[in-house]
Design a protein. Structure first.
Length: 163
């Protein structure tokens, strides 16, 4: 079970990081085109800023979810290192439960926003308005999945558990 969970998690993590990298490159190209259009062509393209914001949402939230899997999220580690291992493990479990709840709230409430704004249209891009909130939904789902993985490792006291 643990190996299957780790394999699926690694696969999803690699996809998320790959999409984040593509989004970052795409945003960089869009902003570069904006600067070129403004200062060289004297004609700023209107689509570059909203596209950049869309791409930024994707790479930030997908990257944040991977940060949960890799244990790169912010935390108060000093206390965890001075307490006994069982206490540190309990602290890590509680922390991961909070992260899981936060990710679930992100996914559920942003899905409401996606559905509620889908019929609106983003003026410059012509895309459904709900696409603004899709990165939050997908990021939340991935956070939940990666938090479940970390909780499983912590509860079973697996060697891969990051305490």
């Amino acid at each position: 079970m643990r190996q299957t969970l780790r394999s699926i998690s690694l696969f999803l993590s690699n996809i998320a990081i790959g999409l984040s990298a593509i989004g970052l490159v795409g945003m960089t190209l869009a902003v570069s085109w904006q600067v070129f259009g403004r200062y060289v062509l004297n004609d700023s393209p209107a689509w570059t800023e909203p596209l950049s914001i869309q791409l930024m949402g994707w790479f930030i939230l997908l990257g944040s979810a991977v940060g949960i899997r890799e244990n790169y999220h912010l935390g108060f580690d000093v206390l965890r290192h001075v307490v006994a291992r069982p206490v540190a493990r309990l602290m890590a479990i509680v922390s991961m439960l909070v992260v899981l709840a936060f990710g679930a709230a992100m996914a559920v409430f942003s899905l409401d926003l996606v559905i509620g704004t889908w019929t609106a249209t983003l003026p410059v891009l012509g895309w459904p308005g709900g696409t603004d909130f899709m990165p939050i939904t997908f990021g939340g789902v991935l956070i939940v999945f990666f938090a479940i993985e970390q909780l499983y490792l912590l509860v079973t006291d697996a060697p891969e558990a990051q305490i």
